[in-house]
Design a protein around this ligand. Sequence first.
Ligand code: PMV
Length: 332
Amino acid sequence: MTSTLPIRLPLDGEAASGSRNTQLPQFEGSAHAKAILFGEHAVVYGAPAIAVPIHELAAEARVDSAADGLRIESELFSGEAAAAPAKLQPIVTAIHAALAYSGAQNAAIRVQILSAIPHSRGLGSSAAVAAAVARAVTNWAGVQLTTAGLYDIVQQAERVAHGNPSGLDARAVTSDGAIRFDFGAVSPVRIGAPLSFVLADSGLAGSTAEAVGAVRVRREQNPQAMDRYMSHLAEIAEGAIEDLARGDRFAIGARMRDAHDMLQAIGVSSATLDGLVLAANEAGALGAKLTGGGLGGCIIALAHSADHAEQLGSALRDAGATRTWTATVPTA
Ligand code: PMV
């Protein structure tokens, strides 16, 4: 597999105390980011969720044989896996799980990781890195990685990263197209016309666990209102399936606006996210909403075209977004 990232990994073999041998082949794996279009939070209470792949943002892993030990090289840390900091534990878990899957528990390898996906922004960074690692390690081992095996490895890493993940991220970052997710079951979503989105970063980290916990507490305190909001979020996602199949951008945008209002009502938006959603709508977005756990992270806005997505990105940066990315979901 060839590299999909514009940035090349550093060839710093010396740092690996002689473990790197540039003559040895490297084995690669990659995975993409994802954005939740509809159903975040409500999915925890049984509603369907719809996620789209963000192929423009990728995580990549490369594996080669080492003389001894298990070494990780990444932006955050380079050294023996056993000495990796807490932040890297999901990756260490993915490496061990992939080696175990390959029947190569005690293998001596070097794993290089490079990810363009920002973490703690609701874009599936941890799941994508784990999937890239799983693919690269099993490639190195010459073992066929099944869809179920990949999901299991990513979920092991996600449990270390997030505690009790629904599995939506693990499915979304490994699916080529848009997916519908219901209680662990995943099915493809038909896209009747290409969709151009812009993602805008609030610059604030969002903790999914914290947001899910806050919703749980609010639901205990006010079950009737919260269940009404959740049911409405479920209706929005159900209805969006047909809009997406028809490629009806106006209807999809309207549902995104409606979904953001509901996410606001359940308490997972913030002044910054609301400000970005407003800025997107004022710049002519068909619809905009927070995406993922909320309380920080990103918004997603639907544009009329790829050019319009660029214009929205510029308007969102003017409105305070720290970074923006444009993404196209093709007809499928
Ligand atoms: O913040 P993210 O992108 O990991 O999304 C979390 C989605 C939730 O519905 C809030 C939680 C979940 O486990 O599905």
